[in-house]
Design a protein around this ligand. Structure first.
Ligand code: TRP
Length: 459
């Protein structure tokens, strides 16, 4: 407790960590297939709008609460107000967030384990270990469990090292590598026959779908998941910022955080968009090679079939390049998943570390062990639990928690009285466009928009 609180050492480090959290399987796998089956360019447009009109303000709510309170989600929300009712609600929201973050990590680590397995498979072939390669290929409880364990241990190893030596350092190394692999794969895939059809399917907008509630809901879910909102991962990253973090390109006296948050949202969208330039062309290249890419009712194969069937079949047809292309693709997936999973684990770890006598190592070990136990439960009850947990956490829990966080940030942390106080103390505060619009925006507009979409989805 006597030690100074951990923090990010540079704005760049924060940017890489937060972007690393945002960019994950949701971008590289979820976004492109969602776009392709929901009106192509039209989905992209709706997604961009929702990201900036809804998800970005909610992201700022989390980052600002975090930076203001310098604590994990539970302590931060509980301490925002003296009133017993709001303290109680804050605690409820905090627990909800921690639980949701842990549950999301429990299924995310399973999927990431599969990615790791697909990455190890070509390696096993290169090293002339055919038995291992075959074991990795065949679906089994042991394989799923062990791969998930390996991935969870990787996540734990980084988080246990701490904020700057673990999370910041590894995000700053892995994110540029991820971008490099992504661009190299796009350049390669675009040279293959059929790729251009994929670009067409991805980018040509089908505007007849634009008002479709299903499209709106999927775009909102995608935007919330992609920016890691509602569960305290962004809040805790915000809490590792100094109150006056210097940032490049900001005028003196201006708060750099709105701009940093916007960069995270923008980079997240850019990488999702660019990932589509890889995935959709790859699907159509696979089709040109004779791989089945459409399901029985003519819909594009998305979900697990796409990543674990269509793409591997495509890679298998590439001859000599096969091993390298699958190695690169699944390295990309594993890296994307890892920089996200560390942010999910950090949410409960920071709470345990700050609220119990456990050290950081012990907190990380305990949280990772509990989450892994839940992953095992999911692996053993795949048919009944897996989709249920995914839907519950990402479709309902995340938007609802996001709504709560907006209300807390708008009505309590940045209430009119508080804003007036801040202005009185610092003449430069609050005159930018952001500070004129954002407070009432998260108080009213965001919660209403989120509610409207949730109600829509229940009808
Ligand atoms: N945003 C990540 C992705 O797109 C996943 C992620 C990381 C996440 N932290 C989160 C999702 C917290 C929900 C909540 O894959």
């Amino acid at each position: 407790m006597a030690q100074p609180r951990a923090h990010f050492t540079t704005s760049f480090g924060f940017l890489m960590a937060a972007t690393g959290s945002a960019v994950g399987l949701g971008n590289i796998w979820g976004f492109p297939t969602n776009a392709a089956s929901n009106g192509g360019g039209a989905f992209l447009l709706v997604y961009l709008l929702l990201t900036f009109l809804l998800a970005y303000p909610a992201l700022m709510a989390e980052l600002l609460i975090g930076r203001e309170r310098h604590a994990n989600i539970l302590t931060a929300l509980e301490g925002l107000s003296e009133k017993p009712v709001t303290r109680f609600l804050g605690r409820l929201l905090g627990f909800g967030g921690l639980l949701t973050a842990s549950l999301i990590l429990s299924f995310y680590a399973i999927v990431a384990g599969w990615m790791l397995g697909k990455f190890l498979e070509p390696l096993a072939q290169l090293l002339a270990l055919p038995t291992l390669a075959r074991w990795l290929e065949a679906d089994s409880l042991w394989r799923n469990g062990l791969l998930c364990l390996m991935f969870s241990l990787l996540t734990l190893a980084i988080v246990a090292r701490g904020v700057s030596a673990g999370i910041e350092r590894w995000s700053a190394r892995l994110m540029p590598l991820l971008t490099l692999i992504l661009v190299a794969l796009i350049v390669y895939v675009l040279t293959l026959p059929g790729a251009i059809d994929g670009l067409r399917a991805y980018l040509l907008p089908d505007f007849s779908r634009i008002g479709d509630p299903a499209l709106l809901l999927s775009a909102m879910g995608q935007a919330f998941f992609s920016l890691s909102l509602g569960v305290g991962t962004m809040l805790v990253y915000g809490s590792y910022l100094h109150r006056q973090a210097p940032a490049l390109g900001t005028a003196e006296g201006e708060d750099p955080l709105p701009r940093l948050g916007a960069s995270v949202a923008l980079l997240d969208c850019c990488i999702a968009f660019v990932a589509g330039l890889l995935i959709l062309p790859a699907i159509y290249v696979a089709q040109a090679q004779g791989v089945a890419v459409f399901g029985e009712s003519g819909e594009l194969l998305a979900g697990p079939q796409l990543v674990f069937q269509v793409l591997p079949n495509l890679f298998a047809s590439l001859g000599q390049a096969k091993v390298w292309v699958s190695l690169a693709f699944f390295a990309l997936m594993t890296i994307a998943a890892l920089t996200s999973s560390i942010s999910m684990l950090e949410a409960p770890v920071s709470a345990l570390n700050e609220r119990t006598p456990l050290s950081r190592d012990q907190s990380a070990g305990l949280a990772a062990a509990i989450i892994f136990a839940v992953s095992l439960l999911l692996i053993f009850n795949m048919a009944s639990l897996f989709d249920l947990v995914i839907n519950l956490t990402t479709r309902y829990s995340q938007p609802l928690l996001g709504l709560g966080l907006c209300l807390f940030a708008g009505w309590i942390l940045f209430s009119n009285r508080r804003l007036a106080e801040l202005r009185a103390r610092n003449a430069a505060f609050g005159h930018s466009l952001f500070w004129r619009i954002w407070p009432w925006y998260v108080r009213l507009v965001c919660p209403l928009l989120i509610l409207a979409m949730l109600v829509q989805s229940l009808r």
